[in-house]
Design a protein around this ligand. Structure first.
Ligand SMILES: NC(=O)c1ccc[n+]([C@@H]2O[C@H](COP(=O)([O-])OP(=O)(O)OC[C@H]3O[C@@H](n4cnc5c(N)ncnc54)[C@H](OP(=O)(O)O)[C@@H]3O)[C@@H](O)[C@H]2O)c1
Length: 347
């Protein structure tokens, strides 16, 4: 059974005394009460869980979104303010950070475009966010990276994430903590939901690239719990946490499990590298970009933790089978149908 206890046994010495005196923390800053947190990239899948976790902790949140409409679903949370702005524009960031005690940067993309390149979104933006935090006296920054992110990773996604992580930690005056999760699952994810969509759409046989890629799916609420627990815990300052779930699965295992939950019989055919590249070249030209060559290169390295950062937070991460059937399977479908009926005021 899932242990949802979010914090390790309280270590008072590791909590920031929010009265201005901060023994051992040589930032030359006086941290204020952790009242308000600004989130960038809050409108997405992980953002929703972070907002929920902060609401649970009674912390006020300001989400800056590029399009207000895309983040309206967050207005269900108490003490949540939505502002519109361009996170690549320093004055907009400065405005959004005003009055905030911490910033959480979740902005990320899987597929670049001409305007939003990996370099701009994953590397330049974290550098800008850290700089504006410094200039505006925001003392705390949580940065969302990715497991495997590094300057010499095989894909541009992971390399740009690596450069961004370094930029987020460069300089002084801001206490930065980075989180490096493996693939994240939960309601609305792009993992089990994506394969569920494919399995429903494609009859009989599913050709699968990188079937043997190893992943450690991690539950979105656990990621949110670790990140929010770190906010005022100075033992986490300057650290980078790899996060993974309790089990390692191959990509084929993920697809097989998804089919099982959905009650679908499919033959999964692992593709060799040549055919996988061909498949990616075709799919990256189609709307939705189900798979790109860069994705293939990311899947070429194991997304598995050497040491799981959850240990430091006293969190036992949830197992796939304890969560996924709740939003993919029969139960999930019933829940969804009920929500649709309620929305249509038919019951
Ligand atoms: N999901 C995973 O499996 C996983 C695993 C490891 C790491 N991560 C990292 O976790 C973070 C959150 O991921 P997610 O799954 O929540 O992704 P998501 O659902 O796609 O959300 C991404 C967020 O970034 C915003 N964004 C993207 N490009 C932007 C741009 N150019 N300017 C401003 N905002 C932009 C999006 O805003 P709009 O709503 O306006 O598009 C959205 O709020 C990302 O950094 C991702 O790399 C995710």
């Amino acid at each position: 059974m899932l242990d949802r206890t979010p914090g390790r046994p309280e270590n008072p010495a590791s909590r920031i005394p929010f009265d201005g005196a901060r023994p051992g923390l040589n930032l030359g800053l006086n941290l204020m009460q952790l009242d308000k947190v600004c989130i960038l990239g809050g409108s997405g899948f992980v953002g929703r869980s972070i907002c929920a976790e902060l609401a649970r902790r009674g912390i006020a949140v300001r989400v800056m979104a590029r399009r207000r409409e895309r983040a309206r679903h967050l207005l269900v949370f108490p003490k949540l303010e939505l502002v519109e702005g361009n996170c690549h524009f320093a004055p907009d960031l400065a405005g959004a950070f005003a009055g905030c005690d911490a910033v959480i940067n979740l902005v990320g993309i899987l597929h670049p475009s001409r305007e939003a390149t990996f370099e701009r979104v994953h590397a330049e933006l974290p550098a800008l966010v850290a700089r504006v935090c410094r200039e505006r006296g925001v003392p705390r920054l949580l940065h969302m990276s990715s497991l495997g992110a590094s300057r010499d990773a095989p894909s541009e996604y992971l390399r740009s994430k690596g450069r961004g992580e370094e930029a987020a930690h460069a300089g002084t005056g801001v206490a930065t903590t980075s989180f490096r999760p493996s693939v994240i699952f939960g309601p609305g994810d792009g993992l089990f939901n994506r394969f569920a969509g494919l399995l429903r759409m494609i009859p009989l046989v599913l050709p699968l690239a990188k079937a043997d890629a190893r992943l450690q799916p991690v539950y979105v609420a656990d990621v949110a719990a670790a990140m929010c627990a770190s906010l005022d815990d100075r033992s986490t300052f300057g650290k980078r946490y790899d996060l993974g779930g309790p089990e390692v699965m191959t990509l084929e295992g993920v697809v097989r499990y998804t089919a099982e939950v959905l009650g679908l019989r499919r033959v999964i055919v692992p593709l060799g590298d040549g055919l996988a590249t061909l498949q990616a070249r075709v799919l990256e030209r189609l709307p939705g970009k189900l798979l790109t060559e860069d994705n293939l290169r990311s899947l070429g390295v194991d997304s598995v933790t050497a040491r799981n950062g959850f240990e430091d937070f006293g969190i036992s991460p949830a197992r796939v089978e304890s969560i996924v059937p709740g939003y993919l399977g029969e139960h999930g479908r019933r829940g969804r149908n009920q929500r649709f009926r309620s929305a249509a005021r038919r019951d």
